[in-house]
Structures are given as C-alpha cells and as structure tokens.
Design a protein around this ligand. Structure first.
Ligand code: GDP
Ligand code: MG
Length: 438
C-alpha cells in the first residue's frame, strides 16, 4: 500500500522537529507515483502534490508522531478534502410532492442494478418509489428492471420496447401521480461509449419531464475513463451527483479521488457488490484511509489522541466503572468511533485484524440503527432510560423507522451491560490510554 511505501521513505526522516522542504519532496515523490499508479489523472495529481507540499513544509511535527507519520497525516487530510470532505445525500422534495430522478451512464456501468438498490434504500426510509423502464434498446432490460424491482418490493412502470423513452418517462410520472408514488427513478439506456444519440435522448427526456436530480452511474474499475465519462455527461446533460459502482473490484481508488475535482459534483453512494443491499453512503474520510491503506496502529493512537481528550476518556472510564453511563455517553462513544472512520477502519489499522472486516460490516449497519434509535430519544430519555414507557418507545420506534421490539431490545441490552459493568469493577480500572472505554 501507499502507507507501506511511505514508511520506507520515512525511515531516514527521524527525530526532526520541523518538516523541511527536502523531507517533504522525497516523501511526495512516492505519493505522486502511488497516485499515478492508482490511475488518478496527472493534472489532479499535480495539483494535489503542490497543495500538500505547501501545507507540509515548515510544519511542526507533533510530539507523538514521526515526520513520516506527519506527512501521512497531511496527505490523508488533503485526500479527504479532494473528495469533498462531507457526505452528500440525494436531495428529495417533501413527501407530498413527486421527485423525479434520472439515472444515466454508460451501458454496463450498473444503472439498472443501482436504480433498484437506491429505490430499496429510499423505500426503507419511508418513501414510496416507482421505477420506470426507459431502456428500450438493451435486450431484456425491462425484464431485468422488473426482476430487481420485485426483489426490493418496488413497482416497475413499463410500456414495452415499442415506445420512445421520452413518452415512457412522461407516462411514468403521470402514472406515479395516480398511484401515489412520490419518487420516480428513470432507468435510461446507456451505450458502450459516449455517443451523440444517447446524449440527445437524455436531453429530450430532461426537456419533456421535470427531472429533479440527475444521477450519473460510473464503473470504478474503469479508473480514469470513468472520470472522463463523468466530465462528458456533466458537460452535456448536467449531473447532480455520482454513484461509483464496482468499488468492490477496484483496488486502486483512482476514480473516487478525481471525480469530485474534475466534475465539481459529489459522489453520493458507492456500489460494493452485485447484491441489491450492496450500496453504501460515500464517506470521503473512509475512502482516504482505504487509499492510503493506513495499516498501522500508530495512526489509530494518533487519531485517538487527537479526537478524544484525555480528560473525557478519564471521565468515561469512571462512569463505566460506576455503571453510571447513559445513552448520551453511548452516543458520544459511537461518534468517536465514527470520527476514527468506523469500526472497520479501526480494525484495518490494527495489524492482523483486517480479515475481520467482512464481519464488522454487518455490525456497522446495526450500529447505524442503534444510533437512529438513540437519536430519536429526548435528552431526558437518554439520561434516564427508566422513564421509557410503551408510548415513548412507540414514538422512538417511529422516529427511527424500526419496530418497537428493536427499541426494547436495545434498551434491555443497555441495562444488561450496565449490570455487567457493575459486577466487573476490576476490569474497567486499567491504566490504558485512549478513549475506547479504556
Ligand atoms: P446498466 O447497463 O448500466 O444498467 O448496468 P447493470 O445494472 O445491468 O449492471 C451491469 C453489471 O454490473 C451487472 O452484472 C451487475 O450485477 C454488475 N454490478 C452493478 N453494480 C455492481 C457493484 O457495485 N459491484 C459489482 N461487483 N457488480 C456490480
Ligand atoms: Mg440497464
């Protein structure tokens, strides 16, 4: 990984109080090579290197870090910036209006699959989606959308192959109105390459129906090509956001890095597999860690030291010992873990732990649900879970979009772990540093 390569360069950069120009130059040569290998465009690499250089030269090296780690830290922060820093959500209209999302991209990029994945996600969030089969060219495209729609429990509107995509799109929105659907996905046709006829068709659809969001689907495995494709679609059609598919098969990460800076449009989601549940929100910080391959525990310590003040950690461990912690503390801890890039990323940083990651993924999803439940509680309820009567629990369940049984389960688990803490006073009294309940 890039981090391993950097370790080598940095071996002879020890014990300096301040990063010199020469230090940074040597290190950045390596970063440059790695980014080019990752299929990041030359222009983006050049800009990136110069902004890191500008920041790094003359910086004080934090006491807990070696100069090498200091450069990695800066590279990491700049990578996150390059990808837009924040997570961006698709903008939807209020529930009582229809939002139309046009899905565009080359053939095989993953439009039809991603359309169903997205519809499933928004359905779970309480929307009422509908899919429209506007690809009349690809053999069995309509059938494919129907099969996927059925899998995620979302209706599919189609008019066969003998109608124009423009007519289908118009009729689909009308149909959605009648059926009370408030979110229409237009699954359009792609071509193998950028092609005038395809662009023209998309422009026509956009002229005929009110498209609220145009979402471009690109294949991460095609690297720099994906970025060029994104540039063309954005110039000709206008793109609001990008979904990067097949990231599960892309070890280089080059497309993820450059799309934002080349198109100015955010990456919204990433496709992580063929299954309809394999669609994840895009987190620039997680992606940066992945590209850097920060496989060392030092960065974990460093981050932990940064983000959790020593004092807070002490306070927490005292609370744990006395079993006084409540849901507010729990939320705090979850946020700390998130800041560090999630459980998966923490495991990644520990030698030999990365193979556990597959299992942790599932946990992270359930952590999101736990968080939603806790966020739906009032501050008072978090501080004092014993006031959670059935009607409060019902309100919380509704707020979090889960069943009451799940709220009950979380509250019960929480009470049980508190009891357990009380019974094990010795365990929590260690002198370990850091904020993870130590
Ligand atoms: P379309 O032509 O743009 O509509 O692309 P499809 O939705 O038909 O997808 C093309 C192929 O890519 C299918 O075999 C999908 O299963 C596969 N695919 C889509 N998204 C992903 C992903 O995130 N990961 C992997 N591994 N395969 C994907
Ligand atoms: Mg398709």
């Amino acid at each position: 990984s890039l981090a391993d390569k950097l370790q080598n360069v940095f071996k002879n950069l020890r014990g300096k109080g301040r990063l010199t120009e020469a230090d940074v130059k040597t290190a950045l040569k390596e970063v440059k090579m790695a980014l080019l290998e990752a299929d990041v465009s030359f222009k983006v690499v050049k800009q990136f290197i110069s902004s890191v250089q500008e920041r790094a030269v003359g910086q004080d090296v934090l006491t807990s870090l070696t100069p090498g780690q200091m450069v990695i830290k800066i590279v990491n922060e700049e990578l996150v910036k390059l990808m837009g820093s924040e997570t961006t959500e698709i903008a939807l209209k209020p529930q009582n209006e229809i939002t139309v999302i046009m899905m565009i991209g080359l053939q095989g990029a993953g439009k039809t699959t991603t359309t169903a994945k997205l519809a499933g996600k928004f359905k779970a969030k309480g929307r009422n989606p509908m899919l429209a089969a506007c690809d009349i060219y690809r053999p069995a495209a309509i059938k494919q959308l129907q099969v996927n729609g059925e899998k995620v429990g979302v209706p599919v509107f189609s008019m066969g192959e003998n109608n124009s995509p423009v007519n289908i799109a118009k009729a689909a929105v009308e149909h959605a109105k009648k059926e009370g659907c408030n979110l229409v996905f237009l699954d359009t046709a792609g071509r193998l390459q950028i092609d005038e006829a395809m662009m023209e068709e998309l422009v026509q659809i956009k002229e005929a129906v009110h498209v609220d969001q145009t979402v471009l689907v690109v294949d991460a495995m095609t690297g720099q090509d994906a970025v060029n494709v994104a540039g063309s679609f954005n110039d000709k059609i206008g793109v609001d956001g990008v979904i990067l598919t097949k990231l599960d098969g892309d070890t280089r990460g080059g497309a993820a890095l450059s799309i934002r800076s080349v198109t100015g449009r955010p990456i919204l989601y990433v496709g992580m597999g063929e299954k309809l549940s394999d669609l994840e929100q895009f987190y620039p910080d997680r992606m940066a860690s992945r590209i850097l391959g920060m496989g060392d525990i030092l960065s974990l310590i460093e981050k932990a030291e940064f983000e959790v003040s020593e004092e807070k950690a002490k306070e927490m461990s005292q609370k744990l010992r006395k079993a006084e912690f409540d849901f507010n503390d729990f939320l705090d801890q979850m946020n700390q873990i998130k800041k560090m890039g999630g459980m998966g990323s923490i495991l990644n940083m520990m030698p030999g732990m990365s193979q556990l990651k597959g299992n942790v993924d599932i946990d992270e999803k359930s952590m999101d649900r736990v968080e939603a439940i806790i966020l739906s509680m009032t501050k008072e309820e978090r501080a004092n879970p014993s006031i959670l009567n059935p009607s409060r629990k019902q309100r919380i369940a509704r707020g979090a979009g889960v069943e009451v049984a799940e709220v009950n389960r979380i509250v019960k688990q929480f009470e049980q772990s508190k009891k357990l803490m009380k019974q094990l006073p010795g365990m929590m009294g260690g002198r370990r540093k850091g904020g993870l309940g130590g």
